[in-house]
Design a protein around this ligand. Structure first.
Ligand SMILES: Nc1nc2c(c(=O)[nH]1)N[C@H]1C(S)=C(S)[C@@H](COP(=O)(O)O)O[C@H]1N2
Ligand SMILES: [Mo]
Length: 251
């Protein structure tokens, strides 16, 4: 590569960077149009992190997947490990045979899926690294149906921009379509070749591999497609967002 073309490349890259940052500034304070509101410096850094990640990840959209031999012998469990919700307990006692996952909101065909329905859909297994904000990481093999497939079955309406997911233990979070439709975003019912254990979120948990562990919700209760999340709860886009964590937890 000649010096000239290299300089051009660098110039080109910095122009792209500046464009992305200017784009991010346009999004402040919302970060993402219709997305969670977060003012001040934290809002700025959220928006910059999101915009930078989107630029950096554009050519490498998949997270690393490991050989199965690298699965961690011990995968910690954290926070809720045994929900005390009575409906959950009774469903668990029946092997989750009566469990259903409603998919509602901005979809053409609102309805609900049983565990058998999800197991009957195209499956994917991925061996990935889970990183928890509390300072530990572990590799697990997750099997499930891509969320994109479930959303396509329900038929996302054109106005849908985010997916809100709620759980039996009161957690909730939201995801833009970039992450909701990502090929490695799955509704996992299997872990390390067996049914997903209760401590890890049975019967079905989310795996959002490009964000920190807290975005991978356990004990899924419902899925809702929406146009905006800034009007839900305190407008922070997630339960943990209301506790001060970033809505976008890209790693
Ligand atoms: N419903 C629900 N989802 C959750 C949590 C939780 O307590 N409840 N904890 C989160 C956090 S902080 C992490 S690191 C992972 C932990 O998953 P594990 O218990 O399978 O390791 O689940 C995430 N999803
Ligand atoms: Mo975590």
């Amino acid at each position: 590569m000649t010096t000239l073309s290299r300089r051009r490349l660098i110039l080109g890259a910095s122009t792209l960077g500046a464009g992305a940052l200017a784009g991010a500034c346009d999004l402040i304070p919302g970060g993402v149009p219709g997305g969670p509101g977060r003012g001040g410096l934290y809002g700025l850094s959220d928006a910059l992190t999101l915009a930078t990640q989107r630029v950096l990840l554009r050519d490498q959209p998949l997270v690393r997947e490991f050989p199965i031999e690298m699965v961690s012998a011990h995968f910690p469990t954290i926070n809720t490990t045994d929900p005390d919700d009575p409906v959950y307990r009774s469903s668990r006692a029946q092997g989750f045979s009566d469990w259903r996952l409603p998919v509602t909101g901005l979809v053409e065909r609102p309805g609900s899926f049983s565990l058998a329905d999800l197991r009957g859909m195209p499956a994917r297994t991925q061996v990935t690294l889970h990183s928890c904000e509390q300072g530990w990481s572990a590799i697990g093999a997750w099997t499930g149906v891509p969320l994109s497939h479930v959303l396509a079955s329900a038929g996302l309406k054109p106005a849908a921009r985010f997916v809100v997911i709620r759980t039996v233990d009161g957690w909730w979070d939201s995801y833009d379509l970039f992450d909701a439709l990502h090929p490695q975003t799955i509704l996992a019912y299997g872990m390390n070749g067996r049914d997903l254990p209760v401590a890890h979120g049975a019967p079905v948990r989310l795996r959002v591999e490009r964000q920190l562990g807290y975005k991978s919700l356990k004990y899924l209760a419902s899925i809702e497609a929406v146009e905006r999340v800034d009007g839900i709860g305190q407008g922070r886009g997630s339960m943990v967002g209301e506790l001060g964590f970033s809505w976008y937890a890209g790693i």
